[in-house]
Design a protein around this ligand. Sequence first.
Ligand code: BF8
Ligand code: SF4
Length: 631
Amino acid sequence: MMDGFTLTTVEEMEAATQRLLETGARVGADSWQVRVKQQTPHCKFGEEGMCCRICSMGPCRITKKAPKGICGCDVHGIVGRNFLRFVAGGAATHSDHGREICHTLSNVAPDGNYKVKDPEKLIRIAKEWDVETEGRDIYELAHEMAEMALLEYGKPHGVSRWLSRAPKHTQEIWKREEIEPRAIDREVSTAMHMTHMGNSSKAEALIRQSLRSGMSDGWGGSMCGTEFSDVMFGTPHEVETEANLGVMSEENVNIVVHGHDPSLSEMIVEYSEHPDMIAYAKEMGAKGITVSGVCCTSNEVAMRRGIPMAGNFLQQENVVLTGACEAIVVDVQCIFPALGPLSKCFHTKFITTSPIAQMPDSEFIRFNSATAGENAKQIVRAAIENFKNRKPELVHIPQMKQKAFVGYSVEEIARKLDGVTNSQVDERGTMKPLIDCVRSGVLRGAVAMVGCNNPKVRPDYAHIELMKKLLANDIILVVSGCSAQAAAKAGLMDKRAKEFCGAGLKRVCELADIPPVLHMGSCVDISRMVVLASRIAIDSGWNISQIPLVGCAPEWMSEKAVSIGNYVVATGIDTYLGVEPYASGSEKVDGLLKGGIRDWVEAAYTVEHDIEKLGDMMIARIEEKRAALGI
Ligand code: BF8
Ligand code: SF4
């Protein structure tokens, strides 16, 4: 490739992992690669969603010989209830993260641990919510907005305030189909209520509530999380960083942040950059301190501060296996309990910090917003003091990393587009140049690629191969979560990756000065993507479902991912999955998800295990949407 730029291949990443697993074997460490073998084959009843254990007359499993549970519930009821509970789990998780952020916003103070970093954004949201902003103290306004946001979780009347950001047509659909989320917590409670023994067993009702529950995440809790994180920690703008294990430094104290809530990682980064801490690290024999990240906490601090990304979900054990990790500090979600025993095989400190995620074999340092500074200092010091305990014979950091440009919030995308046309930048910017490119066919469309790694799919391979295929077809990518980190590790967020694009997309990348794969943040930031889709729809006059845009989660694994899928589909965006959502046991539930719900929300799911085919199907769908628009 031009000026020596090449992508990192999945084979190279796998070889690096293999080398780390050899270190693991020397110290008697366990790994997911081994545990997958022990767990395979998986229970078929579980995989198809046909096992019910919501009352103690069961568990009931549906077979040809036993087509109904003891209460008489059929397979559609059982599969549907399981699906709804899965979604509710994800919605609760994202939304509770959002709630934590709102609580932190209640504590902002000019001289406190947390401040208002983006007052303009706070004022913009306040205006959206009809709150008086004229002449007000920004901290007083922040406290009022925090209170209002917290009330969104339990208000007795009305629907989510954020829905008004969507185009009229979409809002009408949500109303008509009764899937407008009311109070955020209510949609989780209703889901749990509906799936208690002796309530709903009708597939249509269960799937409708699944959509509504998902909506309470994306157009509720997650949106609170994203928007108020921006207010406190800054709205992301383009920033250069690096990705993959090579970002860890052999001569420095390595602190790895892992989880999702930026409140902790922001503080860790802050203190690790403090001259006193750096001096202390030097005193302890290191050259400095390197903070890197895993999973979505990593995405948060990468987007706002350019902190490098050590890896994604299935690489979390690898950071410990380098033997050079002084502390892996976690907050909530997607944290392997395996990290406790694994850390014990090395000198690594496994530090848990949240009452929500407590694990054996960890050191628990309870973190809260009032004592955040002290907590972070204590953690950074503990990591520094642990440097001397490294076992040099176990240290091996794979020299593998790529440059990445990240930080593409909706605001930043608008700013980049304004740069192309030199148009007058209004408060929100315009999507017009992007729409013009799509209309003229220079860009065929866009794919929002998101989600996890899953050993059921060759890790990172699906993300990276699909992205390469789409880019070559002039389809731009907006990405988040572990999908974003897969792209960054491969090198697809380097601006030179334009060489892998078709001629049209390459030109767009040059004009806008962007990489072809745009990192939009963590998984709660998929709320940014639905806002982006809404803005494109409003500025183009198309309905969201008409935009040549689809969603994709080729390696998803978590409940959160299904909650996301549901609000993305409910927003009118067809979504392509590489892993089945435990629903294949019921043709009614499966049929609704893969087709029936299109009559409700103008979009549905497609599930395909063959990655090559999945890519072809997305391209075909995008072309179909273009043809329908006559462009
Ligand atoms: O919320 S993509 S493995 S880290 S669930 Fe988890 Fe999946 Fe990664 Fe972020 Ni999202
Ligand atoms: Fe069995 Fe019905 Fe109880 Fe489920 S609710 S465990 S199907 S008896």
